[in-house]
Design a binder for this molecule. Structure first.
Ligand code: NAP
Length: 275
């Protein structure tokens, strides 16, 4: 993967799951990394695991929007510019709409949508017209269709899709490249660290994720897609077929979702692959 050697890369949401997987693969492939999240000790531990790699730790909270211009400025200065920025930090809330507090739903939008937008606005001003900059957004299958108990999370990911699809068109030919990654079921802490509608931490891993793809395998899939210059792509197991299914057969897809999609996907997987 020579492609990534010496590339200046900022990974936001690097302390766990998919972001951590990206750090591991990119560090081993000679990239210059800035790793960001709130959990300082985890980031320092991650940096120490790759003593041969060029890694800078930059602590930030994407929910604290007023701090993001300065943080983005610092990230830009560290390697005198950036080639790839992974806007990957995310949080989930899982509950019925009727049981979800508005402030909890707003928090999800603040982290998953307004965080990446705030950082992007600063980056757009910093980018030299002759240079290239790749923004990599982590969306979700629920950025493509609605899912029960994930309304606010799905809204934040739909918002990412709409905003960054628009920005891509607006800036075509300027050297800014927008990539939207849609992970399927990846075995990470997203549901463990996620919230219930009342704001309490869930602490539980969702079954679909427990049986999902390893985050490092997901990271490899993401990097391959980016090497090929893909604008939008899904990385995951058989659940990735729900995207074309929804696109071409939306009525059927809605019917499937109403009748417990996760169980159905599991049943289909069992029938097709015996697991
Ligand atoms: N796992 C899946 O199946 C799946 C599927 C579709 C999409 N995704 C998306 O993939 C992305 C990565 O999630 P993951 O699955 O790898 O989950 P994860 O293991 O929980 O990782 C989430 C990352 O986001 C960071 N983060 C959360 N809130 C933050 C904040 N306020 N400020 C800064 N960083 C923050 C966390 O770091 P700190 O806690 O240290 O701040 C952590 O590094 C998310 O955008 C998620 O929505 C995941």
């Amino acid at each position: 993967m020579d492609f990534w050697a010496q590339k200046r890369i900022w990974i936001i949401g690097a302390s766990s799951g998919i972001g951590e997987g990206l750090v591991k693969v990119l560090a081993e492939n000679g990239a210059k990394l800035i790793i960001s999240a709130r959990n300082e000790s985890k980031l320092i531990e991650l940096k120490a695991a790759f003593p041969f790699a060029e890694i800078e730790v930059l602590i930030l909270d994407v929910e604290n929007h007023s701090s993001l211009p300065e943080k983005t400025d610092q990230a830009w200065q560290l390697f005198e510019g950036l080639d790839y920025v992974f806007l990957n930090a995310g949080m989930a809330v899982r509950d019925l709409v009727v049981d979800s507090r508005l402030d909890v739903e707003r928090k999800i939008m603040d982290i998953n949508f307004w965080g990446p937008v705030s950082i992007t606005k600063v980056l757009l001003k910093k980018k030299n017209p002759d240079s290239k900059l790749h923004l990599v957004l982590t969306s979700s299958l629920s950025g493509k269709y609605g899912v029960p108990k994930l309304a606010a999370y799905a809204a934040s990911k739909h918002a990412i899709q709409g905003y960054f699809d628009s920005l891509r068109v607006e800036t075509f030919g300027s050297g800014l490249f927008i990539h939207i990654v849609i992970p399927g079921f990846i075995r990470t802490n997203i549901t463990v660290a996620g919230l219930r509608g009342d704001g309490s931490t869930s602490g539980k891993m969702q079954n679909a994720l427990a049986g999902g793809m390893d985050p490092e395998v997901c990271a490899l899939g993401i990097l391959r897609g980016l090497e090929r210059g893909k604008e939008e792509f899904v990385v995951g197991g058989s659940e990735r077929y729900t995207v074309p299914l929804n696109r071409f057969f939306p009525t059927l897809m809605k019917r499937l979702i109403r009748s417990n999609p996760l169980q159905r996907i599991k049943n289909i997987r069992k029938t097709l692959f015996g697991k």
